[in-house]
Design a protein around this ligand. Structure first.
Ligand code: FES
Length: 201
């Protein structure tokens, strides 16, 4: 159901595809699903894979091509939290706020990520590396608090591990300052930097 998005549709170069090229890819998806029952959601999922999010131009295109009211398409997008109409970062961090994670420190973990990344829930870092969202129970309550980074599940996360986790995914060093470090650090000392490293299995 997911499509690997390459910067360029025709080769392996690093050029960003134009909107026209992205719409051409979307047309290929729509052609595959046109006339099939329940086509809207898979088309939206694949469109999000193509664009990285669901811009208005894509939603209008889908509505037109699937012959559905725009309000219906926008309504489906608004209903499912999986869909986003704003660009997400390369890596999506989701903090579980289910009951078990909440009572076992999920809020503190969330605060550490917010502080470390300098963004709020629903935000994306300026370099578009990370987006931060909350989720509701990832099915690993016994190992709370739990977070997910893309498809990776991290168990028993502590606020002090935020820098270590981000470093596994960051292409560039990530500037992280948790409250714990903030208390230790004097005003004159530089914030600690975590060099990017290989992602753990
Ligand atoms: S409540 Fe967080 S995994 Fe279930």
């Amino acid at each position: 159901m997911s499509e690997e998005v390459k910067p360029c549709a025709c080769c392996d170069c690093d050029e960003e595809p134009t909107e026209e090229e992205l719409l051409e890819r979307l047309d290929a998806v729509i052609a595959e699903y046109r006339g099939k029952p329940g086509a809207l959601i898979p088309v939206l999922q694949l469109a999000q894979g193509i664009f990285g999010y669901l811009p208005e131009v894509a939603l209008k295109h889908i509505a037109r091509e699937l012959r559905k009211p725009y309000s219906e398409v926008a309504g489906v997008v608004g209903f499912y939290s999986f869909f986003t109409t704003v660009p997400r970062g390369k890596h999506l961090i989701r903090i579980c706020m289910g009951t078990a994670c909440y009572v076992r420190g999920g809020v503190q973990v969330l605060d550490a990520f917010k502080k470390g990344l300098g963004i709020d829930i629903g935000g994306t870092t300026e370099d578009r590396q990370f987006s931060l969202e909350i989720g509701r129970c990832f099915g690993a309550c016994g190992l709370a608090p739990v977070i997910m980074v893309d498809d990776d599940v991290h168990h028993r996360v502590k606020p002090k591990r935020v820098g270590e986790i981000l470093a596994q995914y960051a292409e560039e060093p990530v500037l992280v300052e948790t409250s714990e470090r903030s208390e230790r650090r004097s005003a004159d000392q530089p914030a600690e930097q975590f060099a990017g490293s290989q992602r753990s299995a």
